[in-house]
Write a protein that binds this ligand. Structure first.
Ligand code: GLC
Length: 735
């Protein structure tokens, strides 16, 4: 029952809580420093040969034996390297640059995304905390560990919005919503940079919308949707100071981004004002041949440069063909110079030159492993999402009786640290079994059965033993996992169910008749409809990392209450994707009835909606009020709500604010997230949470991608998920 409130006009109190979560721009280099950098870059370019200029656009990956690459660096024909991790190798490349004629420092980059030594939870888990500050802290810790080696750039954050969990790379991002995604994009850029690494906001643009959810596939996206959904996180990353942007592999409306001047130059560089470096993705310039837009590598080089791609990651297209193309007048020297200017300007801004006007780059002091672990533990604790908890089955207490922990994943200590640099010693970590044993082993029996021959349940191991353990227990905890190798890049799935024999094991355990807690380690939303019907509780653990299973035991036993919320919708079935809370109403909005949008063989609603997540306590919302009933198109409004902990335990709640524009020139989403704040509440505690909305925050984009603030009525919804039903409204007037 939607409780529609009579709006009262209240003076906005002077002391308001933080406004909604938009990124605050980081301090740009001073105007004087910028002018000095420009002068130095011009002076340096005046001394450079064409070959040396093209060298600055060359971005190969370490290839053993690397002596040839060292020689090429000394000749000034390589200006940037990726995947050099070993400190000895890094030193060798930096020395080679210093031995070159112009001594231009190298960009030295790796994918330090969620792991360097200690593996953090995967980035989708960071988003599930709904605490951007935690993501910033995590990024900073990872950067501080990485920068110690001499690496100065990370290929992160990945900020692709996606509504399609078939696409494996949702593991790297912040889910389906541009507002949440923008907050985490900015936080991660701030964190990596604070930790001593320059960043690469990736992958510009629309990579998360591949047709069929198939990685590398094309996307059809209107300019309106591009600006409403996919570009906002890049604006936030640019505001936060990202030094580079990585172009994406995919086509948008049939044109590969890597050869797409309209997207890279007209929009990213000119309209969004991005002045940093745009790099291709790995071999993406070469892959313009596969796309069928270049007949050979020379044509690919010309098209990429013309599009505005400054750095050629590993294709050797620029190295092999730009010099001859320039001498033949096939590419304007000005295009090469523009790219070189960007690269050198960023290197000066990063403080890589000894005479950098903004100061020489300082590598932050080493960070103790204990503090890195503490941050990783904090992220994991707040990332777990309790989807279901019938009969308060969780937390496990002495009253839970004998517990049967089942699943080889409960023994696992390997982390999902793809891209984690090879060769570093594996950090000590604790399995879920050991973590649980140390917490409940003295108060109740903890039985254990692997059940599966591997952590991802691809085949049984002693199924009978698992069933026997269940029979002997009062409570079953079954740990299932989506295999690490089937999430991430090049890991799109056509089926979102449990892999291997995990579903079969669950069916057999359900037959035993004891209450089941299902713990799901996954890199993406899964279609768990049948599974959740058979269990009393479901906890999504994502891929929790080095400290993650200890944190999971803390949450399962109630030491810490779960507080995660879904950053991405969990569908009932794969047939529903792409699926999002913010769909358009359509001509016949979904009601489940015939002749309304939906399916004849599936409900139109998701299994669990965006923003959903339970605690071990309960919360109530009341007194939704707006500071004024109307605001002009240049105005602002404060929206306040009271939230109360109505349970018996302390907990955190993510208060979420959604709006809906009822009538506009375009059909507008049923709901749009416009604010969120995570609050801690003791039992019985009531707190007023305030959001500030500017009319500009309600803009949508027209067919040319221009922002439009259209007067009209807006509904407001506030609550603990995207299905919030405490409702109000306000008007935006002409002026
Ligand atoms: C990969 C990925 C990109 C990564 C790059 C360098 O193909 O698409 O995200 O940063 O190559 O490893």
């Amino acid at each position: 029952m939607r409780s529609r409130l009579i709006l009262l006009i209240l003076l906005a109190s002077l002391a308001t809580l933080p406004a909604h979560a938009t990124p605050s721009p980081s301090p740009a280099p001073s105007r004087a420093a910028e002018a000095e950098i420009a002068t130095k870059v011009s002076a340096l370019m005046a001394r450079m040969t064409l070959a040396e200029k093209i060298g600055q656009l060359n971005f190969p990956s370490l290839a053993f034996p690397y002596e040839d690459q060292l020689a090429t660096v000394r000749q000034g024909r390589i200006g940037n390297m990726l995947n050099v991790v070993n400190p000895v190798h890094l030193r060798a490349f930096q020395d080679a640059a210093r031995a070159s004629r112009l001594k231009i420092p190298l960009l030295l980059a790796i994918d330090a995304i969620h792991a360097f030594h200690i593996t953090f939870p995967t980035p989708i888990a960071w988003a599930a905390t709904w605490r951007p500050q935690l993501a910033q802290d995590a990024a900073e810790m990872i950067a501080r560990q990485t920068a110690q080696n001499g690496i100065n750039l990370t290929f992160a954050p990945m900020i692709d919005i996606s509504r399609d969990p078939r696409w494996g790379r949702v593991i790297e991002g912040a889910g389906e919503d541009p507002f949440l995604g923008s907050a985490f994009a900015a936080a991660r850029v701030r964190g990596y940079r604070k930790g001593g690494l320059a960043t690469a906001a990736k992958h510009f643009v629309g990579y998360g919308a591949p047709e069929g959810g198939r990685d590398y596939n094309g996307a059809q996206i209107s300019l309106s949707e591009l600006f409403d959904r996919y570009i906002p996180p890049f604006e936030a990353a640019i505001d936060a100071g990202t030094e580079t942007v990585m172009a994406s592999f995919n086509t948008v409306n049939g044109v590969p981004v890597t050869a797409n001047r309209a997207l890279i130059t007209d929009i990213l560089k000119e309209r969004l004002g991005f002045e940093g470096i745009v790099m291709s993705d790995f071999a993406a310039i070469y892959e313009l041949i596969n796309h069928g837009v270049a007949g050979d590598l020379a044509e690919a080089a010309r098209k990429a440069l013309n599009a505005g791609i400054d750095l050629d990651m590993t294709s050797k297209a620029y190295e092999r063909h730009l010099e001859s193309a320039a001498r033949a007048g096939e590419v304007p020297a000005a295009e090469i110079d523009a790219a070189v200017r960007r690269v050198l300007t960023v290197k000066y801004r990063m403080g890589l030159f000894p005479d950098s006007p903004g100061g020489v780059r300082k590598i932050p002091s080493p960070v103790s492993e204990a503090s890195v672990r503490a941050t990783a533990r904090a992220v994991a604790r707040e990332s777990f999402v309790l989807l279901k908890n019938d009969g308060a089955t969780l937390p496990i207490t002495p009253q839970s009786g004998t517990v049967a922990l089942i699943g080889a994943a409960a023994l696992a200590t390997s982390d999902h640290s793809w891209y984690g640099p090879a060769g570093l010693k594996k950090p000590e970590t604790e399995s879920l079994r050991d973590a649980l044993e140390s917490r409940i082993g003295t108060t109740q029996d903890l039985l254990f059965a692997e059940g599966f021959a591997d952590p991802c349940g691809l085949s049984f191991k002693d199924k009978a033993g698992a069933l026997a353990a269940a029979r002997a227990a009062n409570l079953v905890v079954l740990v299932v996992a989506e295999d690490c190798i089937i999430s991430g890049e090049a890991a799109s799935r056509a089926d979102l169910g449990l892999t291997g024999v995990q579903g079969e094991m669950l069916d057999a355990l359900a037959e035993v008749g004891k209450p089941i807690v299902l713990v799901v380690e996954t890199g993406r939303p899964l279609a768990l409809t049948e599974a959740v019907e058979k269990v009393a509780a479901v906890m999504v653990a994502w891929h929790p990392g080095t400290e993650g299973r200890t944190a999971l035991a803390e949450v399962l036993t109630g030491e810490v209450a779960p507080s995660g919320k879904l950053p991405m919708t969990f569908p009932r079935s794969v047939g529903q994707v792409p699926i999002s809370y913010g769909d358009l109403p359509t001509s016949r909005p979904a009601t489940g009835d015939r002749y309304t949008t939906g399916y004849v063989d599936e409900k139109p609603t998701p299994l669990y909606p965006f923003g959903h997540g339970l605690s071990y306590t309960t919360f109530a919302y009341s007194d939704l009020k707006t500071s004024v009933p109307t605001m002009a198109r240049n105005g602002r409004i404060e929206i306040r709500v009271d939230v109360t902990n109505t349970g018996t335990r302390a907990g955190h709640e993510v208060v979420q604010l959604y709006t809906r524009q009822l009538v506009a020139a375009r059909s507008r989403p049923l709901r749009e997230l416009k604010g969120f704040e995570k609050v801690a509440l003791k039992p019985g505690q009531r707190r007023t949470v305030r959001f500030t909305l500017a009319a500009a925050d309600l803009a949508y984009h027209d067919d040319e991608g221009r922002p439009v603030i259209e007067p009209g009525t807006f509904d407001v919804f506030v609550g603990g998920s995207s299905t919030a039903d405490l409702e109000g409204s306000f008007e935006v007037t002409e002026d």
